[in-house]
Design a protein around this ligand. Structure first.
Ligand code: IVH
Length: 698
């Protein structure tokens, strides 16, 4: 049977830090795969599990939460293909309930928070959780003026032209609509339309979509809105953003107003009183799930009284007044035929289960993720075993457990390889805080062909250098021939094979010219993409952006990072930035401490000119000011607050001095408040902060 992971309370601070950084990295990677690439690689259930563990660790070790923005972030930052839209009211996420007790806990928490007695009955709405993508529609004087995706919750993508092609989304609302109203809801695709679209795609030789949600996301986020117009997208309205004038004082009432304005609302929404009614409605919706004709992955419960919602407020990324009660994932049993080991960019050996094909919830599954060596050991998963696999609207399913009764005689525990299957180098698990890292890594570095290829793949990927025409197969081919070893070789390719590429099989004059044009077009590249492309461990797009803003030039980052050592000035500077804690700083320092990497960076800088990012907003009311946050913040995490302030051109400091312009103080503020009084610094609360920065409260 599967053994449970070590309870969070039993982790030492060092173990917690190591696991936290691994989880944060995983979550960030999956966020990008899901939100930006519309191509998730793990099941929703597996993702939820990662996120739950991350939050549990942060609850027990709050200092880790402070060092990370991940747990407070929603989704992934916008992809850069569409204009950005700052959400006036953040687009948040929902926390999840899985078991019935999670629902009763949710209600108890609300009761305690509102100081209501045990017998007080709270009214909730309960409605399907639509498995699509959320959208914010801004109506001014009843006319649709802007549509934006969620993005990272603070900033989304402007997809107005695309949304205007969706029939379910009215261009004009009927009746007495407030002059400004942001409607929020879900764009989705029905099962029938999804199947027809995939059949059409296959016929045209185009890629098919993994599931209706990816099809909806891929269809909406088209540069050319006339393509979106040919895709059968649907919409349900269920929430709102900026809405100074609400048409009712309950959730139910507002949604009824939506209906009267001509917006589609879900017919299964109902008002329930207490846990019993909520759970009964949940079971009813679960029973109808297969016949609805569109994907839902749970039921959302929301406190009905808007006045209570406002009192309850938010914690981190989700409202206290709502929860998503998820359906359990679909499972099936099959045989594990083989375990393959893949070698990643940083040398990580990742085991992948190859399964005897089995249908799980309507999808044929042949691969499952095995996470890492310990996971295989913990579950004692052996080749030949009959295993329970689980998926939920996803691409790579998970192995939940082994059916021991069916274990073949004479089977052996799986022996995880200690040498890299690609280059034969020793593969080891680093010691981190006295404990072996979960990941075994090939020590071959760039002599390992797999790592070299992965690094090149990452370098040209969409959110890095985004070089069209250098796909996986071509990288593989050029790398095998020794034409591409390190990233700078890409920019020397024209010199080497400029005259002969057109004569190669599969190439012609035009495609060869296009490739070199695509490469040359990237000789000027945004600094954050440049930094992200280097593939430094723990440095995802968000951190790359932070570094780009902080240092302004690759040379400066390189020099500072080489100088940094725990405790010195360069280190303190490095770790003073949003989202850069000791773990990330160490990875940056190690990267630039490696002569080979310096060689790559310097050679690249001979070939390309990274462009500093545009300065943060200069016309905001806080631009150029020095701001300090203190006390408990209710509507945003400290990290979000810091990021928001920096985005708006302010400098965030950790202590109050004469140079401070503004102190944002929440409940429990102590010495900083006194310092502010001493230095005559202006003090405001969180609500006033939102008033000033324009992200008006809901
Ligand atoms: S309410 C402040 N209602 O689920 C919370 N969300 O995990 C606003 N979703 O981002 C969200 N169906 O994309 C709400 N009936 C529903 C929903 C729903 C689907 C999505 C939405 C949201 C995500 C949160």
């Amino acid at each position: 049977m599967a053994r449970k992971p070590v309870p969070v309370e039993q982790l030492s601070p060092l173990e917690a830090a190591a696991e936290h950084s691994r989880l944060a990295e995983d979550v960030a990677r999956h966020d990008i795969a899901y939100h930006q690439e519309d191509a998730p690689t793990i099941s929703d259930a597996a993702y939820d599990e990662l996120r739950r563990r991350l939050l549990a660790i942060e609850e027990t070790f709050p200092e880790l939460a402070r060092a990370s923005r991940i747990s407070a972030s929603v989704g992934a930052a916008p992809s850069g293909r569409f204009a950005k839209v700052q959400h006036r009211v953040p687009m948040l996420s929902l926390s999840n309930a899985f078991a019935d007790e999670d629902v009763t806990d949710f209600i108890d928490r609300i009761r305690r928070f509102l100081k209501l007695g045990d017998s007080a009955v709270i009214a909730f709405t309960a409605e399907p959780k639509i498995d699509g993508l959320s959208i914010s529609l801004r109506y001014e004087n009843g006319h649709l003026v802007e549509a934006a995706t969620r993005g990272d919750g603070a900033e989304g993508e402007n997809v107005t032209a695309n949304v205007r092609t969706i029939r379910d989304v009215p261009e004009r609302l009927h009746g007495a609509v407030p002059s400004v109203f942001e409607v929020r809801g879900e764009i989705y695709m029905s099962h029938g339309d999804f199947a027809a679209l995939n059949a059409k795609q296959a016929e045209a030789g185009e890629r098919s979509f993994a599931n209706p949600r990816n099809a909806a996301a891929g269809s909406l986020r088209q540069q050319d809105a006339s393509i979106t117009a040919t895709r059968p997208l649907r919409f349900f309205a269920y929430a709102w953003g900026e809405a100074p004038d609400l048409p009712a004082d309950t959730q139910w009432g507002v949604v009824q107003a939506f209906k009267s304005w001509g917006l589609p609302v879900n017919p299964l929404m109902q008002v329930c009183h207490g846990a019993g009614e909520l759970l009964a409605h949940y079971r009813k919706i679960e029973g109808q799930r297969a016949d609805l004709g569109y994907d839902i992955d749970g039921v959302v419960y929301k406190v009905n009284e808007i006045a209570l919602q406002q009192r309850l407020g938010f914690v981190s990324r989700s409202p206290r007044w709502a929860i998503a009660h998820k359906f359990s994932a679909e499972q099936a049993t099959t045989v594990l035929e083989r375990i393959d080991i893949q070698v990643g960019r940083t040398g990580a050996l990742t085991p992948v289960a190859r399964l005897k094909p089995v249908t799980v919830g309507g999808v044929v599954v042949t691969n499952a993720t095995l996470h890492n060596e310990d996971e295989i050991l913990r579950k004692d998963i052996r080749v030949g075993d009959t295993v329970v696999v689980q998926r939920a609207g996803d691409v790579i399913p998970q192995i939940v457990s082994v059916v021991l009764d069916k274990r073949p005689h004479g089977s052996h525990p799986y022996a995880f390889p200690h040498v890299c299957p690609v280059c034969g180098s020793h593969a080891e698990r680093e010691e981190k805080g006295g404990k072996a890292d979960a990941v075994r890594r090939c020590t071959g570095g760039l002599i390992c062909a797999a790592q070299r290829k992965e690094r090149l793949r990452h370098f040209v990927s969409r959110n890095a250098f985004d070089i069209e025409g250098l796909g996986d197969k071509i990288i593989e081919e050029f790398a095998d021939e020794g034409l591409l070893k390190v990233p700078q070789d890409i920019f020397r390719l024209e010199e080497k094979i400029g005259s002969t590429l057109k004569d190669r099989e599969g190439w012609g004059q035009a495609s060869a010219a296009n490739l070199f044009a695509a490469i040359n077009a990237r000789r000027r590249i945004a600094l954050d993409r440049f930094i992200f492309a280097l593939g430094i461990r723990h440095v995802g797009e968000t951190t790359a952006r932070v570094l780009a803003r902080a240092y302004g030039a690759a040379e400066k980052l390189r020099d500072q990072a080489r100088e940094a050592a725990p405790g010195n000035e360069a280190w303190d500077e490095l770790t003073s930035h949003d989202g850069i804690g000791d773990v990330v700083a160490e990875a940056i320092q190690q990267f630039f401490g490696e002569p080979h990497n310096i060689e790559v960076v310097d050679a690249l800088l001979q070939e390309v000119e990274p462009q500093a990012l545009a300065a943060a907003s200069t016309d905001s009311p806080i631009s150029g000011k020095t701001v300090v946050f203190t006390g408990a913040l209710e509507r945003m995490t400290r990290e979000e607050a810091k990021a928001m302030a920096e985005r708006l051109g302010a400098k965030v400091s950790g202590s109050v001095s004469r140079k401070t312009d503004l102190l944002v103080a929440g409940p429990g503020a102590g010495s900083k408040l006194k310092d502010a009084e001493k230095h005559g610094v202006e003090v405001i609360d969180e609500n006033e902060w939102f008033n000033r920065v324009g992200a008006a409260s809901s």
